[in-house]
Design a protein around this ligand. Structure first.
Ligand SMILES: [Zn+2]
Length: 231
């Protein structure tokens, strides 16, 4: 195997490593809690807190209704109990009862509104809990697939790295340095020559370069500097 061929193969491996590494990075980014899942959890938590506040408010209004009913019952007792006989006092008691009754009606109305709101909130929470469970199920499945994918890529990367190391044992450190330098500057360090043309810069090679490469010497394209591989 010529040195150019070895370097070409090394480049194939390096390109594959790079591609796999990018996929691995992508997979790693997708592992962990998803934005959608976090958003759904936060929303549900806020709804549950809201419901707890509304429940408390409902209980408070229920107490107020009870109080008002109690007050009205006590006033009615006084009014019809027969102990109060003064007409002026009786009239004032009647007026007081009316005022409490108006207050009671208002409270009962707001209690009904609140109960309807609580009911609607409970329905919404039930719906959103279902949505969250579904999302979590999908997420768990997806995470399982991703974790498996990550393991596969890691194993492939380890194989490639092994292959690379074996190959570099057969390449001089001088040639490796040259390869690394060109790869760093140009991305592609080794290029094929097709129909006498450097596939890196598309220029036709001088015959002498072509002959040298043919003879197995490591030749760089005089135009773009890449290592030439005749294939
Ligand atoms: Zn070239």
């Amino acid at each position: 195997m010529t040195l150019a061929k070895r370097l070409y193969e090394l480049q194939q491996i390096d390109m594959e490593i790079q591609k796999k590494q990018e996929t691995l990075d992508d997979v790693s980014r997708q592992l962990g809690e998803s934005e959608a899942l976090l958003g759904a959890k936060t929303e549900l938590l806020a709804e549950e807190e809201h419901l707890a506040r509304m429940d408390k408010q409902q209980r408070d209004v229920e107490w107020e209704v009870e109080d008002l009913r109690g007050s009205i019952a006590r006033l009615n007792e006084k009014l019809y109990g027969g102990k109060v006989k003064n007409p002026k006092e009786l009239l004032s008691l009647e007026q007081e009862v009316e005022i409490f009754k108006v207050k009671l009606r208002q409270k009962e109305d707001s209690l009904l509104d609140l109960m309807a709101e609580v009911e609607a909130m409970r329905d919404e929470i039930e719906l959103d809990t279902g949505r969250l469970r579904k999302l979590e199920g999908e997420w768990q499945q997806e995470q399982g697939i991703l974790a498996q994918k990550r393991t596969e890529i890691e194993s492939q990367l380890s194989d490639l790295s092994q292959k690379r190391q074996t190959l570099t044992f057969e390449i001089s450190s001088q040639a490796l340095e040259l390869y690394d330098g060109i790869r760093l500057r140009k991305g592609q360090a080794v290029v094929k020559v097709e129909q006498g043309m450097c596939q890196g810069c598309r220029l036709t090679l001088p015959m002498s370069e072509w002959q040298q490469a043919r003879a197995g010497t490591l030749v760089q394209c005089s135009s773009c500097g890449r290592i030439l591989y005749l294939g």
